[in-house]
Write a protein that binds this ligand. Structure first.
Ligand code: ARG
Length: 281
């Protein structure tokens, strides 16, 4: 098995410069020094649990470029590039595209009228791509992504503006296991999750708002923001190894551990990661 490979972007130009989700308020600025320390600590935990971390060069004027989960959806050597709903983030697209191309990915784009926010809204659990829509990504975009990469897509509507990306309320941690925050979905979405995923770990509202579901999975290690003790206990019961690291400066922008990473070699929960490539044919 190859070493887990993650893309991060240092927070040199990170800040709360606009408001595109309910977490963000220009009156609640981030502190540059704490931001750097928190980002570095996350980076170091990921390295300590076995990941190789590559870096995207930060760019002035693109404060949310740190949230590399939104760059693209990765499927084997294909990267389906994001098309951001908000103009404030659209300048990230060419930067993500250039990096992914330079690192050997075949970059695919969706039609211009379709919004799609990458691994922030589309997550594999087993061989199925779970896809959050309405607030950032279009349901139609997810169907097109499924056709592009030949995967079954289960679209789920996001109903809570504080959980505007699927990765803020849902996190597959193994091909048959996921963390979720039930109140962020409608009845149909809940049924879909329950019908397709045998083991679901529910988190309570308080921990969901601490971004408990925004976890980075590296093997059996699961890394989250601080303040998620119930989730961590549930993970330990199931044989996972939870880690916490403070990410409050990024919560001010509506992001946490998972948002700050893009898994380049396939998430541990994606069945295709370990399946022989021949199965594709
Ligand atoms: N401020 C960013 C936005 O609103 C945060 C992105 C968080 N990323 C994520 N994958 N949930 O777009």
């Amino acid at each position: 098995m190859t070493q887990p490979w993650i893309l991060m972007c240092p927070p040199d130009y990170y800040g709360i410069e606009y408001e595109i989700n309910p977490w963000m308020s220009r009156s609640r600025a981030s502190d540059a020094e704490t931001t750097r320390a928190q980002w570095r600590a996350l980076h170091d935990v990921l390295v300590s649990v076995g990941a190789k971390v590559s870096l995207l060069e930060p760019k002035q004027g693109l404060p949310d470029l740190v949230f590399t989960a939104n760059a693209a959806l990765i499927y084997r050597q294909t990267a389906v590039l994001s098309r951001f709903r908000h103009a404030e983030r659209q300048g990230e697209e060419p930067i993500d595209e250039a990096w992914l191309t330079a690192h050997g990915f075949t970059v695919r784009r969706l039609p211009p009228d379709i919004y799609f926010e990458g691994a922030g809204d589309a997550l594999f659990c087993g061989d199925t791509l779970f896809a959050g829509y309405r607030i950032r990504s279009h349901a139609r975009g997810h169907q097109l992504v499924g056709e592009l990469i030949g995967a079954r897509v289960i679209p789920v509507e996001l109903t809570d503006d504080y959980h505007y990306h699927l990765d803020t309320c849902f996190c597959p941690i193994a091909p048959d296991t996921a963390i979720y925050y039930p109140a962020a979905f409608d009845e149909y979405g809940l049924q879909a999750l329950r019908a397709h995923i045998p083991n679901l770990i529910a988190v309570e509202r308080e921990e969901a708002r601490r971004f408990a579901c925004n976890a980075v999975v590296v093997g059996r290690s699961v890394v989250t923001n601080t303040g998620c003790p119930q989730l961590h206990a549930a993970l330990k019961d199931r044989g996972f190894e939870p880690h916490e690291t403070p990410l409050d400066e990024f919560v001010k922008a509506g992001g946490s551990a998972k948002c700050l990473t893009l898994r380049l070699d396939g998430e541990d929960a994606a069945a295709w990661r370990t399946a022989p490539a021949a199965r594709e044919a």
